[in-house]
Every structure is written in C-alpha cells, then in structure tokens.
Ligand binder design. Sequence first.
Ligand code: TXA
Ligand code: MG
Length: 312
Amino acid sequence: MTALETAAKIITQGGVVAFPTETVYGLGANALDPMAVARIFELKERPSFDPLIVHIADLEQLQVLTTSEDPRIGKLAEAFWPGPLTLVLPKTAQVPDIVTSGLPTVGIRMPDHPMALGLIRTSGCPLAAPSANKFGRLSPTRAAHVTRHLPEADYILDGGTTRVGLESTIVRLESDGFLILRPGGITREDLAAVLPESAKTLKAGNPEAPGMLDSHYSPSKPFYLYQPEVLSRIEPSRAGFISFRGEIPATFLQTRTLSPKGDLREYATKIFSALHELQESDVEVILAEPLPETGIGIAIMDRLRKAAHPWH
Ligand code: TXA
Ligand code: MG
C-alpha cells in the first residue's frame, strides 16, 4: 500500500491523519463522522468553541456540506480553488455540530496540494482539518513540526515544506458584500477583483468567528514584535531576531533573515519555520521586526501580533 492509501484507510476507519496542504499541515478526519472529529479536538487540546475547516476535492462535495446556492461561490471557486481561500457558508444537516462548534455555518476550502486532494479522493470523505498543532501554538509547515509537536496523530503524510506557509484567508459572504474573518495570502484586493461588491472588515473577537482569539500561534518562548526600546529591556546576546531583509539592529545570539530581496510572500513561507527553529534553539526571547502591512503583509502581521506577548 502507498502512504496515501494507508492514510486514506485510517481516515475511513475513523482515524486522524496529518497531511500537507499548500498553506500549513492539517490534522484531518472524516468531516461527517462526529466521533472521528472529536479525536481532532482531543489531540489538539482544542476548545470545542473553535470550529474546523472542511476540505473538499471537487465542487460536487459542496452539496453535501452547504445549502447555499449563492452564485458568488462559483465565481470565487473558479478564481481561487484549489487554493488558500475558506468560505463560511450555511451548513447542511449532514455536517455534525462538533465540526462547526454548533454554528449554523461551515468553513469550506479546496486545498491546492496533490496529497491533500489525493487523500480526500481516496478516502471518499470531506476532511475536517485544523492546523496540525496543539491549540494556540505555532502552525506546522513541515512534517517534522507535526512529528515533534503532535506525535499522537495516527499517521503523518510527509509532503515536504508547505508552499504558502500561512493559513487560508477566511471569508463570509453577506447579502451586501463579504467579510474577511481571517486575512491570508488571498488579499482583499484579490477578492474585490472577483466580487465587485464592497469589502467589509470584521474585527477579531466577533462572536460569530469564535476561533478568532487575540492570542494564538504562540512560540513556547517569550516573543515580541521588535521596537528599538526593546533593546534596553532585553539582553540581545540571549535573544533571537527575525529580520525581513537583513537589517539587524544589535548583536543577537541567533538571527534569521527571511527575504533579502524584500519579498513578503517569501517571508510568509518561512516565518513559522523560523519561529519553530528559534523556540527550539538556545535563545531565551524571540524578536521579529514588524513588516509593511500591504498585500500578504497584512496576514503576516495578524499572525505576529497574535503570537506576540504585549510589551510593557
Ligand atoms: O489554511 C488553513 O486554513 C489551514 C489548513 C489546514 O487548511 N487550516 C486552519 O485551520 O488554519 P484552523 O483550525 O487553524 O483555523 C480554523 C479557523 C477557526 O479558528 C475559525 O476562526 C474559522 O476557521 N472558522 C471555521 N469555521 C468557521 C465558521 N463556521 N464561522 C466562522 N469562522 C470559522
Ligand atoms: Mg490553527
């Protein structure tokens, strides 16, 4: 049996499999099997109020999951699927409440990764899958991150390093526009080009997006966004510094430069790996330089702010 066939068999038997997507690794189970989905929450130590995203491999699977016939779904699917866009849509009765944390809506996306699509097709199930990390911790962008932090998974499919590196953009369609519930690689401008309706923004902490906590994605060591005052409070020789293009403001114990040519997409592909490396290194504190908030920089800064400790 190939690795994919083994993983698919585990899914059909109610097991939980970590698999690569283009964004981050997911921890998947049959989305229509509430007992299998319950194991995801258990392994991740995830609170039950935080709903999961359901992954599909073809548009026919939409009918099993959503009652919506909104014509904008087809337009967005054509433009962005497979790809890092999650649509929050009214759910069918077939979607177990545990998947959606009791919400009447379900988040759905078609991932752009041959192993993810292969796993969905071979197992024949839509896969409910959050990122394959313990709740609140760093998202995994390599199989080794999952092996280290979620060894309890029944199986880990290794697809190398993920290509995008940041979780999907989450969008809810409204009668008069769309709301970005979580910024990601597909930006407001990308969406507005496909949906001429005006884009609205929803603040984190909105009760309808219960997983959108202010604190999330945290390394296991103190992590701060860099500002010059920080240098008077910490000892750079015990700190790790993550630089965008390579300007390093002090002599740090460890440094990582994520894009010498100043490409935010390249930075996005590397940031979670850099944070994993530094949290496992000898540094006591991790600092990251703030980035320009344009394009995918908006999504990266969203993740860095949620990962960061407030600076006093
Ligand atoms: O790129 C991604 O989206 C990755 C890969 C594995 O697909 N998945 C991911 O899942 O980031 P997770 O569990 O880390 O984030 C899911 C978030 C929830 O925390 C919640 O904010 C939002 O999606 N969400 C899911 N269903 C929702 C719903 N019905 N209404 C509002 N927000 C929802
Ligand atoms: Mg996550």
